[in-house]
Ligand binder design. Structure first.
Ligand code: CMP
Length: 140
């Protein structure tokens, strides 16, 4: 299995509760390495651009409002099959459906305040990484 990269966001519900370290610990214990990380407060424009694929969804406005409600931590994660590995440790989008031991089951508050975002394909990972990071900011 190849070493690959994926993109992760620790969302405002986690920065508000001061549990970003707990999230990173679970990512690291799942075999992922943080090779880039920065704490930012997204602008509305940035959040709308990032979630543009969801623009027609009923929850788009609330999603953007939530993502700009506080700081987030954007990260690049590296590991064997990083995208799938990250999705496995994140758990289902809705914490009510997430498996025990996953980040969303253990830490998330709701389907909106669900603590983490992770890319859903290697192609989207590359796009999402480039949206927030310059190549020289990624130190593997
Ligand atoms: P994320 O992986 O960041 O991608 C889109 C986000 O929309 C998703 O996680 C959820 O947190 C959020 N969201 C809010 N409401 C819904 C909903 N009803 N269905 C799916 N996703 C939702």
């Amino acid at each position: 299995m190849a070493t690959t990269r994926t993109f992760s966001i620790i969302k405002p519900d986690a920065t508000r509760r001061n549990i970003t370290g707990a999230v990173v610990k679970m990512l690291e214990e799942a075999g992922l390495r943080v090779v880039a990380s920065k704490r930012i407060h997204m602008t509305r424009e940035q959040a709308e651009g990032f979630y543009a694929v969801h623009r027609e969804r009923s929850f788009f406005g609330e999603l953007v409002d939530f993502m700009i409600s506080g700081p987030v931590v954007v990260q690049v994660l590296e590991g064997e099959d990083a995208m799938q590995r990250n999705r496995d440790i994140m758990g289902a989008t809705n914490p009510a459906n997430a498996a025990p031991g996953t980040i969303r089951k253990e830490l998330a508050e709701s389907i909106e305040a669900n603590t983490v975002h992770g890319s859903d394909s290697d192609e989207n990972a590359a796009i999402e990484i480039a949206y927030f990071f310059k190549p020289e900011e990624i130190v593997g």
